[in-house]
Design a protein around this ligand. Structure first.
Ligand code: CP
Length: 308
């Protein structure tokens, strides 16, 4: 794979590109399970994590990933910043760029924000989630989790269930898993199923129908903060039609794994006994592999400026 300058989305990446990220990430899994976890390949480099939206997993794992590779990591949060005095995204980016980072990791509520920043800064840019559009490192860690649990991705039946419309995780996973040869199907209420700019896929409005024979069941969070009128009824109604219960999981393949990018709405889209089932749930493994994937991304995206 030619060394990428930015990681703005899965769109535009080939199966070989995606696989190259996954292969690079594999080495960091065993490394991260050691008690001493210090590499120095990013020593002297500066990583800015620039988050305009809240995050636990993505922000913290990028910080941990950068530090384990030896980078100097600084986190920018909008709370307490001049964004609240009206400073624009681009002016904020130019200001941070003047401090000469080598890589910026950006999360923003607007589709395309990381791409806009990439056009005006001198460093590598990684999209940590832009609006409802893409969350590429989440898709990479999800693909790595599936590959490790199932030994392959090609030919697997993957049901992506819930709020497809507002989910950037769905946006990136649809692109990534279809590129890698999985049979992806979408499951959710009619009003939450539609997405533009992704391949047309088999869709189901009844969870029971969409789960039949699935090898991977990927549940998504209901994103109340991004909705206007798309969800009618209460969260209790939603659970009764679309919540993943142990009974419903029996419709999937007997060895199906359950995934969720987090944060979970327990008792809404997923029941706790499914989410916490050590045999079926891969949710904590997703979090663990997120660090390895982000180490691989930071390494690959800074390799050229480190002299290859
Ligand atoms: N999966 C994910 O993006 O979680 P955070 O919002 O906590 O980063």
């Amino acid at each position: 794979m030619p060394l990428p300058r930015h990681l703005l989305g899965i769109e535009g990446l080939s199966a070989a590109d995606i696989t190259a990220f996954l292969d690079e990430a594999e080495q960091w899994i065993a490394f991260n399970r050691q008690s001493r976890k210090q590499d120095d390949r990013l020593r002297g480099l500066t990583q800015f994590n620039v988050f305009f939206e809240n995050s636990t997993r993505t922000l913290f794992s990028f910080e941990v990933a950068g530090k384990r590779l030896g980078a100097q990591v600084a986190n920018f949060h909008t709370a307490g910043s001049s964004v609240h005095k009206g400073e624009t995204l681009i002016d904020t980016a130019l200001t941070l760029n003047a401090m000469r980072p080598d890589v910026m990791v950006i999360r923003h509520s607007e589709t395309g924000a990381p791409g806009q920043v990439a056009e005006v800064v001198d460093c590598a840019v990684i999209n940590a989630g832009d609006g409802t559009n893409e969350h590429p490192t989440q898709a990479l860690l999800d693909a790595l989790t599936i590959r490790r649990r199932k030994g392959r991705i090609e030919g697997l039946k993957v049901a992506i269930c819930g709020d497809i419309r507002h989910s950037r995780v769905a946006g990136s996973n649809i692109r990534s898993l279809t590129a890698l040869g999985a049979e992806v199907r979408l499951v959710g209420p009619e009003t939450l199923l539609r997405r533009e700019g992704v391949p047309a896929l088999p869709s189901y409005t009844a969870l029971e129908d969409g789960l039949v024979g699935a090898d991977v069941v990927m549940m998504l969070r209901i994103q109340r903060e991004r909705m206007e009128e798309a969800l009618s009824g209460t969260l209790g109604d939603y659970h009764s039609r679309y919540g993943l219960t142990r009974e419903r999981l029996k419709l999937a393949a007997p060895d199906a794994i359950v995934m969720h990018p987090g944060p979970m709405n327990r008792g809404v889209e997923i029941d706790s006994d499914v989410a916490d089932d050590p045999e079926r749930s891969a949710i904590q493994e997703q979090v663990e592999l997120g660090v390895a994937v982000r180490m691989a991304c930071l390494d690959l995206l800074t390799r050229e400026r480190r002299g290859g």
